[in-house]
Design a protein around this ligand. Structure first.
Ligand SMILES: O=C(O)CCC(=O)C(=O)O
Ligand SMILES: [Fe+2]
Length: 521
């Protein structure tokens, strides 16, 4: 049997893998057994691209000795040299150029090797390529040049400073891409706040009139967004699309306006060590660390009490500072005067967190904590990709607004619900039903049954439940209750219904590993 006969779901052969790992012995063996040196996977990548991408020069040499095509490009026109640059390996780049790879080659999107090197952020490689006369002034078909790419990725000020020393690149500071964005916008949108600040200073220092222009644009966006009059919310059921045309029409302006707004607690918007120190409960941090170090999930389990079968509660997921700061930020969001869309088809009050600037924070939080916890508590439902995406919002109950929530199942495989407080209220109990639900909300057969019972929230209490476990919020009698709700589901909103058999379920290590080894970008 040819070694190329067996491929993975991406069409990758054993030789792709061996080359990608730089395993010279195996590469040789496979080639001797008849593996095609330029065998292509589904998107037309060759083994040499993998070796170059991962900086395995010896493997590159071996493949080239066996007549691998150094000019080969994949479906997107990304050639071996681009892969090497993107992988950040100067040695691989130098080797390929030495073998007469084309320094001016561009991929289908129009990126040349300089743009790829800038995307990778390798300072040494950029300097070296510039000496070799790679074209650093070129922009791709979306109008992205080296500066835009480096800003987008949040690369170092050292690299940026060097780039700005090249006259034609200085221009890129002021050039809008095809979406109308400047490098400084890209840096800010991706959460590289300090870099964005630095880029802004560079712009002002180079063209003082720009400071004013930028401020005017920002002020204009905020003013325009504040002048919008949001459609009324009335529906208490099936209201997802209420006013949909309005929200679609102004989506872009609103997104920019939220980016311009200065948050009252910037530290809440950046997931990272500082966020975890301040906002993740120390017990959860310890438990997660143990699980990640393969010391078991006992500590993580011990954070929870299964109050009702299938409903787990914990007071140790977030700190009190998280609740305080979050409530403060919600107040400042309300005071911003920028319209916010209703959070879901039933709750009318509250905000969609991903739309008001919490997108990046939530991505990190979900990946590091919420997804592993959901997978641990509900292994029969959360497999490798069943909770890849999230939708997060707040709900607010008070008299004159929403006071209750009808019986429903969430459009999620797992839901986390954290009670923020704020202080005192009466009523507003969350009731779970034993019924397995019906239709698409039916609980999968083979689960431990879903129990029935009432849960009285207290500030700081978080629940994790199967979204399809039917529930209802009873009437709030006085005061105010605000909760954060996070729905997890698979790509495109798919919600897992068929349970995994025990031998198909993820292992603890798989649940807690934050990055899988991937032979991919
Ligand atoms: O806190 C609430 O009232 C919302 C509860 C809910 O629907 C949920 O946890 O999924
Ligand atoms: Fe719900």
């Amino acid at each position: 049997m040819s070694p190329d006969a067996e491929v993975d779901r991406n069409g990758l052969t054993a030789l792709h893998y061996a080359a990608g790992r730089g395993d010279l012995q195996i590469c040789r063996l496979l080639l001797e057994l008849g593996a095609g040196v330029d065998t292509r996977n589904k998107d037309l990548r060759t083994p040499l691209m993998w070796a170059a991408r991962n900086g395995h020069v010896e493997a590159c040499e071996e493949l080239v000795r066996r007549k691998a095509d150094i000019h080969a490009a994949n479906k997107l026109g990304i050639c071996c040299l681009h892969w090497a640059a993107w992988g950040g390996s100067l040695d691989a780049v130098a080797y390929l150029l030495d073998q007469a790879a084309d320094i001016n080659a561009v991929c289908n999107a129009g990126c040349n090797v300089a743009v790829w090197a800038a995307t990778a952020g390798s300072y040494d490689m950029c300097l070296w390529l510039h000496e070799k006369r790679a074209d650093f002034a070129s922009t791709n078909k979306n109008g992205h040049g080296v500066l835009n790419k480096a800003a987008w990725r949040g690369h170092s000020v050292k690299l940026m400073t060097w780039m700005l020393g090249i006259e034609s690149i200085e221009e890129q500071l002021f050039e809008q891409d095809w979406d109308g964005e400047l490098p400084v916008d890209r840096a800010r949108q991706k959460g590289h706040t300090a870099l964005a600040e630095w880029l802004h200073q560079q712009m002002c220092a180079r063209r003082p009139s720009w400071q004013e222009a930028i401020e005017k644009i920002a002020a204009y966006r905020l003013r325009a967004a504040r002048q919008l009059v949001a459609p009324k919310v009335t529906l208490k059921k099936h209201g997802e699309f209420e006013g949909g045309d309005f929200w679609e029409e102004h989506e872009d302006l609103l997104k920019k306006a939220w980016q311009e707004r200065s948050p009252s607690h910037p530290e809440l918007h950046d997931f990272g060590p500082a966020f975890e120190d301040r906002y993740i409960h120390p017990k959860l941090r310890d438990a997660a660390q143990q699980a990640r170090e393969a010391k078991g999930e006992e500590a993580a389990w011990s954070l929870f009490e299964e109050i009702i079968p299938g409903v787990f509660a914990s007071d140790c997921l977030f700190t009190a500072e998280f609740r305080q700061d979050f409530l403060g930020e919600l107040e400042s969001i309300e005071a911003a005067g920028i319209p916010t869309r209703r959070p879901n088809g039933m709750n009318r009050y509250g905000v969609i967190l991903d739309q008001v600037g919490f997108e990046r924070m939530l991505e990190g939080l979900v990946a590091a904590y919420v997804r592993p916890l959901g997978a641990m508590l509900f292994p029969e439902l959360v497999g490798a990709n069943d909770a890849d995406e999230h939708y997060a919002f707040t709900v607010k109950y008070e008299s004159g607004g929403d006071t209750e929530l009808a019986k429903h199942g969430d459009a999620s495989v797992v839901t986390l619900n954290l009670c923020l407080g704020p202080s005192v209220w009466e009523g507003g109990t969350l009731r779970f039903f034993e019924s397995g639900g019906s239709g698409m909300y039916a609980l999968p057969k083979g689960n431990a049954s879903a129990g029935a019972g009432d849960i009285v929230f207290r500030p700081g209490m978080a629940l994790i439940h199967r979204g399809q476990h039917q529930h209802q919020a009873l009437e709030l009698l006085s005061g105010q209750r605000v909760n954060i709700v996070m729905w997890l589901f698979a790509r495109d909103g798919v919600v897992r219904i068929a349970p995994y058999a025990p031998d198909e379920q993820l292992t603890a290590a798989q649940r807690w590993e934050s990055r899988r080894w991937r032979l991919d970008l």
